[in-house]
Design a protein around this ligand. Structure first.
Ligand SMILES: *[C@@H]1O[C@H](CO)[C@@H](O)[C@H](O)[C@H]1NC(C)=O
Ligand SMILES: *[C@@H]1O[C@H](CO)[C@@H](O)[C@H](O)[C@H]1NC(C)=O
Ligand SMILES: *[C@@H]1O[C@H](CO)[C@@H](O)[C@H](O)[C@H]1NC(C)=O
Ligand SMILES: *[C@@H]1O[C@H](CO)[C@@H](O)[C@H](O)[C@H]1NC(C)=O
Ligand SMILES: *[C@@H]1O[C@H](CO)[C@@H](O)[C@H](O)[C@H]1NC(C)=O
Ligand SMILES: [Zn+2]
Length: 953
């Protein structure tokens, strides 16, 4: 699945420091949503306990039968059914399968489908090619394991083929899973789209099937749909004819057979969208969306980039694109960011649609990365698929890693290879440094139930997966890595693998290159990174040339209960430099070692993990820290920009872990008056964000503001100067991000001239609503600041624009800005809107409440709101796209006093009986984090206050 909730699109958007607009991140809810659903199913299941050990009680299919092909016809009704009062679909499916092991049981998946009885049974069996089908003895459905079981009077014969036919009805619900319904308005007219999201285990909700990734088959699809609608599926349209079925005039569209593939990659859509397409080329590329969006040219950017990215991957993998078409479709309601269905990729609108006049650079970057991620899966994931979900990390980590390479080929000026450090590596380190983290790789037998599968879609899987594969590619070198990939894809195409298969191919490729000098096999090195959780902090003592590694834990008082097969030791590839000069790669293979070249004189410094190519943090002796900080203030450009960001993030995290002092961490920000680059500023913003959350209600706040004001003023003046008093924008994308950061930080710390500038822009727009002259890059910040300092008039104006917005990314910016107001009753009303789908789409409700909570005024309101409505929320949104975990996390982030701890504890006690469902872990973490915050504030407040006071003058 593409880009779930682990990745946030916050580049070019204000950080926490700015206040409410800060968390203007796109949070796709797929993950938590599926968890929610998984858990609910589990609860239902407990009431239908069967005796243990029967094959239908075990979550995995018995593997005595193997599907060969399916012939499926589905008919979604786009109007409410008079009898049931539901939107429904009907269907027929025939699956041809081969018997591999003698059995008298046919077990396959079927969930939430009403199967029509045929001669009193749920299915009909026929023999194929002269095989004789045994008679059916009985058949039944198992709710817990989501199976359809057919017991035969005698056994199926090994090597023989049979066909199982089913006829069924299902609900076309608005639940964002399986075959589901999305709605939008064209003027006053409501339009209904029937679409799909099968990953991970929802194909069984659309038709009975062997719903495991290794159960690959060929799919023949047919869709019945109203005249005037378009039907799309994985393959090209084969034939489309008008027919009358049961007195209804409809169109029947059949599609080319798919290649041999997994069920989770199926997709079909019935809609009234229009499209644009590439001309010529051996692969047909089409971009589909609402008519108005296509007419406005919102699909043009995606169309322009899809072809080149596909070609990049053909070259990179050294393998042709396996299909003859690539459809990309933008859906108004979509749970994840996007989904890599083979040949028909589905997206959230914000992940595909772009409009030059109103979309920002950050919107564009997001679209390029998401498209690239999904296209990368067309080979890695779709052509070659993991055997079982426990290897999901390889699939998603890989796509996440190479999406930066693909996006870089499409947009070479964006510094994508550096951005991965901020967006994946450091982002996931903050999760992976908790004692409650988990290893990347899981044993196959530990992942059985749908809820366990859904839980795998987390940031460890995506971002840590990407980070360790990037590290591997860095030490193997890109050509060696790509050559191994190519042979791997070729050897396993149309089939399934385990991660060891990839290691084998990479090893062979590495063996062909005698210059590599790896200290151990690819498998030995990589097992340390995938079979144990966490990562090391490498400590370098430059006075002696000593070097050591330790498991890095953010909270040094936490207890690690999980044992590691390697005792939390890693084989660490260390790229490093001495006073600006690159040195030979050093491999740390033991807990401690002596590496004399790292011993330095008083005038030299050592900097390790150059380009942050390794997944670890670095600490030094105090002298070396001093010399690095001095280097930053004398000539910071000697240190590569990514490593300037690294120094800030490592220092702040080491301080939290009590490995260096908080004042040392703060000292890494002293040089910022000279810094013009985006990445270090982004890191400062992120890390200072925590200080603001902890202290923005205390006396530290004023001094912190004064210090940052002083540091950011030169940046603000610099951009004012080079943009001719804000009339142009910088050319390079990362300079644009830096400009946005300059304005957001300057305004939030009260730099002279900033707020008045923003107010004037917004007033100008309010005077002529039809012409918005605010540059798209700056809109997020400008809207938020303007609403923060404005009142009802500004709010109502922005609300009106939100409801009228015709591009999703503009609507998103306004939606987040609406949470920035400081007027309590407006915030309370906005909170109420979050429970009304007519006001705020269900898919956006959590994100909106969380942005209200990140506003210092909104936080207590949101907390009260959640407590008051918890029962209602829990019962009415429990099965929907509402992310409770994310909600609890967002609302409790600031908690740092005994009083808040008590309130939280009370809230937990009051609801203990009902439980917290998928938020249980988040509730525990909130409790732990609040306690840690109280401790941190107590230990650091005086020092922090003194440091800011001393340095803000
Ligand atoms: C699929 O089923 C339909 C109707 O049962 C039949 O006409 C068609 O030939 C079948 N197609 C394939 C590829 O088996
Ligand atoms: C399936 O059957 C149940 C029980 O008869 C009924 O309540 C439900 O509405 C049916 N679903 C559909 C989609 O027809
Ligand atoms: C089906 O009928 C509709 C409405 O009469 C018409 O517009 C369309 O062209 C027909 N399609 C085919 C394939 O004949
Ligand atoms: C480890 O176990 C201890 C004692 O049971 C417990 O207090 C602690 O929370 C556990 N740590 C984690 C990360 O689960
Ligand atoms: C503004 O730009 C001019 C010329 O480009 C330069 O001389 C001046 O130093 C700049 N001022 C600032 C504050 O950067
Ligand atoms: Zn993916």
């Amino acid at each position: 699945m593409g880009k779930g909730f682990f990745i946030s699109k916050n580049l070019g958007i204000a950080g926490v420091v700015v206040g409410a607009g800060a968390l203007a991140t796109i949070i796709a809810l797929s993950v938590v949503y599926s968890q929610e659903k998984g858990k609910n199913q589990d609860v239902e299941a407990q009431t239908t306990l069967s005796p243990p050990k029967d094959p239908w009680d075990i979550y995995r299919l018995p593997h005595s039968l193997a599907p060969v092909s399916y012939n499926i016809t589905l008919w979604p009704r786009l109007v409410i059914n008079d009898i049931t009062g539901l939107y429904i679909f009907t269907g027929q499916s025939a699956v041809l399968f081969e018997c591999k092991k003698e059995t008298d049981l046919i077990i396959l998946h079927s969930n939430k489908l009403n199967l029509t009885l045929i001669n009193g049974q749920h299915a009909r069996l026929t023999g194929v090619d002269g095989a004789e089908a045994p008679a059916i003895q009985n058949s039944w459905l198992v709710k817990k394991t989501q199976f359809l079981v057919v017991r035969l009077q005698s056994s199926l014969q090994v090597g023989k083929r049979y066909e199982l036919y089913t006829d069924f009805t299902g609900e076309l619900a608005d639940d964002l899973g399986g075959f589901y319904r999305s709605e939008y308005y064209e003027g006053e007219i409501k339009k209904v789209v029937a679409t799909t999201q099968m990953q991970p285990v929802n194909a069984r909700k659309a038709f009975p099937c062997f719903d495991e990734p290794a159960m690959k088959a060929v799919f023949h699809m047919t869709l019945i749909h109203p005249h005037g609608t378009v039907a799309l599926a994985n393959g090209m349209v084969l034939a489309s004819v008008n027919v009358t079925i049961g007195g209804q005039d409809v169109t029947r569209t059949s599609f080319e057979a798919t290649p041999t593939m997994s069920t989770y990659l199926l997709a079909f859509v019935v809609c009234e969208f229009s499209f644009i397409s590439s001309d010529g080329g051996k692969v047909l590329i089409r971009i589909w969306a609402r008519k108005q969006a296509i007419d406005e040219g919102q699909g043009d950017y995606a169309l322009k980039k899809t072809g080149p990215v596909l070609e990049f991957f053909e070259t990179y993998y050294n393998t042709d694109y396996p299909l003859n078409k690539s459809d990309q479709i933008a859906l108004p309601d979509f749970s994840a960011g996007a989904m890599e269905n083979w040949g028909l990729i589905t997206y959230r609108e914000t992940a595909l649609l772009f409009n030059n006049a109103s979309s920002s650079s950050a919107d564009k970057e997001w679209i390029a990365t998401v498209i690239s991620h999904e296209l990368a899966h067309m080979w890695f994931g779709n052509l070659v698929t993991m055997k079982w979900w426990n290897d999901l990390w390889l699939n998603e980590g890989f796509a996440s890693y190479v999406s930066y390479l693909g996006a870089n080929s499409a947009e070479p000026t964006w510094n994508f290879p550096d951005l991965i450090v901020l967006k994946e590596v450091y982002k996931v380190m903050s999760v992976d440094s908790l004692a409650s983290s988990h290893p990347l790789s899981t044993r196959e037998e530990d992942i059985l139930e749908p809820a366990q599968i859904s839980e795998l879609f987390d940031s460890i899987t995506y971002s840590k997966g990407a980070a360790v594969l990037r590290m591997l590619s860095e030490f193997l070198t890109e050509p060696v890595f790509a050559r191994g990939l190519s042979t791997y894809l070729n050897a396993h195409k149309y089939s399934n693998t385990v991660y060891q298969d990839l290691w084998n191919h990479l090893q062979k490729s590495a063996d062909m290159n005698t210059e590599l000098n790896l200290p151990a096999s690819v498998e030995d090195i990589m097992n340390r990174w995938i079979l144990q959780m966490g990562f090391p902090v490498v400590t370098i003592d430059t006075t002696k040339g000593h070097i050591a590694q330790n498991h890095f834990l953010l909270d040094p008082d936490s207890t690690v209960n999980r044992t590691s097969p390697f005792q939390y030791e890693w084989i660490v590839p260390i790229k490093w430099m001495k006073s600006g000069a690159d040195q030979t790669l050093y491999w740390l293979q033991t807990k401690t070692a002596t590496h004399l070249p790292m011993k330095t004189s008083e005038s030299e410094w050592v900097l390790a993990n150059t380009k942050v190519s390794g997944f670890f943090r670095v600490n030094y002796d105090p002298g070396n820290w001093d010399r690095l900080i001095t280097q930053l203030s004398t000539d910071h450009e000697v240190i590569p920009v990514v490593n300037r960001a690294q120094i800030v993030d490592d220092a702040f995290n080491l301080a939290k872990a009590k490995k260096v002092s908080t004042s040392l961490a703060l000292s890494t920000t002293l040089y910022l008056q000279k810094e013009r680059e985006y990445m270090p500023w982004e890191m400062v913003d992120r890390n200072m964000g925590y200080f603001f959350l902890m202290f923005d209600r205390s006396e530290v706040y004023g001094h912190m503001q004064a210090y940052l004001n002083k540091q950011v003023t030169p940046l603000f003046e610099y951009f004012k100067n080079i943009t001719a008093n804000w009339t142009t924008i910088p050319e390079k994308p990362l300079d644009q991000y830096s400009q946005v950061k300059a304005i957001s930080l300057a305004c939030s710390t009260g730099v002279a001239g900033c707020d008045s500038l923003i107010k004037a822009w917004f007033q100008d727009w309010m005077k002529t609503p039809e012409v918005n002259r605010i540059h798209p890059n700056l809109r997020q910040t400008v809207y938020c600041r303007a609403l923060a300092s404005g009142g009802m008039e500004e709010w109502d104006f922005a609300w009106k624009r939100y409801k009228e917005a015709t591009i999703a990314s503009e609507a998103d910016k306004l939606m987040y800005a609406l949470a920035c107001t400081r007027v309590p009753w407006l915030l309370n009303r906005y909170l109420e809107y979050c429970l009304d789908p007519q006001m705020i789409r269900k898919q956006d409700a959590t994100a909106t409440i969380v942005s209200i909570a990140s506003n210092v005024v909104g936080q207590p309101l949101a907390w009260n709101f959640i407590r008051a409505h918890w029962g209602n929320l829990y019962n009415n949104y429990g099965g929907g796209s509402f992310s409770f975990g994310r909600l609890i996390e967002g609302i409790t982030r600031r908690f740092s006093s005994e009083f808040e701890l008590k309130e939280l504890q009370q809230f937990i006690n009051e609801n203990a009986e009902q439980g917290f469902g998928s938020a249980s872990q988040a509730v525990d973490q909130a409790l732990e984090r609040t306690k840690a915050n109280i401790k941190w504030v107590a230990e650091n407040k005086a020092d922090v206050l003194k440091w800011f006071t001393d340095n803000s003058a």
